[in-house]
Write a protein of this length. Sequence first.
Length: 393
Amino acid sequence: MSTRFILIVLLGVDALILYSELLDLSISYYETQLLYEQHSVLHYIITASVTLFGHNDVALRLPMIVMHLLSVVLLFKISQKYLKYDRDRLWLVLIYMLLPGVSSAALIVDPTGMVIFLLFFYMYIYYFHRNFEWLLLVLLLFVDQSIMFLYLGLIFFEYANKAYKKVGLLVVLLLASFAIHPLEVSGIPSGHFLDTLGVYAAIFSPIVFIYIFYILYRVYINGQRDVSWYLAFTALVISLMLSFRQRIEVQIFAPYVMLILPLAVQTFFHSYRVRLKEFRGRYRILFVISFVLLLLNTLVVLFNKEVYAYIDIPKKHFAYKMHVAKELAAELHQLHITCILAENEKMQARLRFYGIEKCEKLLLTNEQPLKNIEHNVTIRYKNRTVYHAYVTK
């Protein structure tokens, strides 16, 4: 069976899983802000998709899924520089697909998925088409706030290689990026360091993140640092330093840490193969445990609505903010209601995407009114009530 065929199968299965997952999701309040209020590059991409394919969840999330699948292909291509065997490269992309943060970025309309794709694209250009590197660096200036850490990591890399002219150009790009997308740094020491580590562990899974941390330290010690190490190390260190003073958005920095995955897999397989078979046991155990945990995470996300059966308070569900709205809009449409005033402003914004406009003819409230109740609306998942509201005049 050819490597290309297996890669296509993996991409196909991944796309089917993502499609199945998106059918269970509703637009979140954050996504409505990006769609209706912001004016970023991602805003125009999502708006174009929704304009072409309609106001539905497939059109909303299609650009994120496409960028995710392209990221997988780019990662497979980039890994040629690190991994000798095709089977190792296939394991790399499979592990990447199963990472919790990657599956989330592939579905949630957020700059994270776009930045991951652009960083992998930059690495592809860096390794295979260096003539276009600086053109891409200039274009990336206008994409997102987090691109400034690409310039910063490259400054350290080029300085270490004594390419001082490139350092000067990168400093100009960094300053321009900071001017276009200012980064807020404020606060007093408030103890978010451990929280930040916890979020990283959730994005990569605990064992994978610990191993990545180990790889970054090991390469720092042995001095064999390439561009991917500088980018990942710079972003991780800055995020941890900032977390001492303020709560940070880890998703701004996590895409850079993803760049170390090919090097991490290379190191793992090298350490495994240089040992005699009788001394490979702990590596097999580490790999199996990590892989099983990643599979379990994928299953939990895929069957996330079943989790409600084990939660006393539905709002504590990890995906609650991306549930209910679509079903609620469908219930209102069945009642021939196309406009309503929702007490919850966030729900009002979410209903707008599904064709329920804002008006003052009817009121949607979670508190039972004393009179004039027109309808009761109840949303259930797996026979578990997760939302109840009243429609009143």
